[in-house]
Design a protein around this ligand. Structure first.
Ligand code: FMN
Length: 376
């Protein structure tokens, strides 16, 4: 399927995307001392043929830098480092958003910079997750986070706003808020990690307040047309159990984030193979509730992506062109990680390189910038 709908242009806020393929955000742990560098600029520039690149998770705060060697965006040095990346991507003809990821309770104190604290909506321990710490040379259990005081909740929102402003300063085309995968924003959304009974928890609406207020405040600072959010309904990563209020929670979020003027909603498809009907319905209702562009991610190849981008497509055996497409854009993670020229490979119907997971988070160029292109 060389000339599929994946290669159609798409208007996303101020950007004209040359195709409908987004590079999914992927933590790669190459930023020693939390500052982006020339190697990272090379990695992202290699992938500039994506319609849009979303960076790895970037912490807006010293408190949110829970993993080893992930980058930040609160200091001038970090802004300077990111400028290398945005300039290299733009020079190569690409477009790039920064993903703001505050790890909240999913953090080891030994990974945080000086003065950083492990904070979360409530003091709820991770039972099984262990985390890599460079100084220990191995993985360690994660100590329980401190419950945020109301002033610390307000401060965290201000950190997102400041980091988003820094992102523009560093030359990014926009920002994605990471509201998925069990990090700080989802820790507020989810009843397992949000045990608060104050203005920031207790009901669906108050649990969603942190996500919505952060989005509203960042949109006011940089423009909703430069802001997206990622969500993972039915996601269980980082010990987030399923619960009874998932559907009403995510319909509420989609509506409110649409009203906040966000340019896209980026939903990690809970189970692309054999999705139960209830979850299909939730995706459809989120798409209906949300006014902007809808991005689906997780387990896509060229064929499945083209199906969800096509009106009436996406369900085996159903072909009703009067039904809207399930998505406007599709994000690819591991395929982009292992194939810098993913779009060209799709265009030619060529084989893909296999990712090397043992090098996903290791320092250095190996397994990072050395995946070959077709022409290499
Ligand atoms: C190495 C690696 C790092 C990831 N880091 C992030 C991240 O920082 N932020 C995020 O939202 N998702 C992250 N993800 C999830 C991906 O964005 C994507 O949703 C997931 O890989 C499924 O898509 P795929 O099947 O196309 O790979 C990561 C995935 C991988 C493989």
């Amino acid at each position: 399927m060389p000339d599929s709908i994946l290669f159609d242009r798409f208007r996303l806020g101020r950007l004209e995307l040359p195709n409908r393929a987004v590079m999914s955000p992927m933590t790669r742990s190459r930023a020693s001392g939390s500052i982006p560098n020339a190697l990272m600029a090379e990695y992202y520039a290699q992938r500039a043929s994506a319609g849009l690149i979303v960076t790895e998770g970037v912490s807006p705060s010293p408190n949110g830098l829970g993993y080893a060697r992930i980058p930040g965006l609160w200091s001038d040095e970090q802004v300077e480092g990111w400028r290398l990346v945005t300039e290299a991507v733009h020079e190569a003809g690409g477009r790039i958003f920064a993903q703001l990821m505050h790890t909240g309770r999913v953090a080891h104190p030994a990974n945080l910079p000086e003065g950083g604290r492990v904070l979360a909506p409530a003091a709820v321990a991770l039972e099984e997750t262990r985390m890599w710490v460079d100084e220990a040379g191995g993985t360690l259990p994660i100590p329980v986070a401190d419950r945020m005081e109301p002033a610390e909740v307000e401060a965290a929102i201000s950190e997102y706003v400041h980091a988003a402003q820094n992102a523009l300063e560093a030359g990014f085309d926009g920002v994605e808020l990471h509201g998925a995968n069990g990090y700080l924003i989802e820790q507020f959304i989810h009843p397992h990690t949000n045990r608060r009974m104050d203005a920031w928890g207790g009901s669906v609406a108050t649990r969603c307040r942190f996500a919505i207020e952060t989005a509203e405040r960042v949109a006011a600072a940089i423009g909703g047309d430069r802001l997206g959010m990622r969500l993972s309904p039915y996601g269980v990563f980082n010990e987030m159990p399923l619960h009874d209020e998932i559907d009403i929670t995510y319909a509420h979020l989609a509506r409110q984030l649409g009203e906040a003027g966000l340019v896209y909603l980026h939903v990690i498809d809970p189970s692309p193979q054999g999705t139960p009907q209830a979850r299909e319905d939730l995706k459809a209702s989120m798409r209906d509730e949300f006014a902007g562009a809808f991005v689906l991610a997780g387990g896509y190849d060229h064929e499945r992506a083209a199906a969800v981008l096509t009106p009436g497509g996406g369900d085996a055996g159903v072909d009703d062109e009067t039904r809207p497409a399930k998505a406007d854009l599709v994000a690819f993670g591991r395929p982009f990680l292992a194939n810098p020229d993913l779009l060209e490979r799709f265009r030619r119907g060529a084989d893909l390189n296999e990712p090397r997971p043992e090098l996903f988070y290791s320092p250095g160029a190996e397994g990072y910038t050395d995946y070959p292109t077709l022409d290499a």
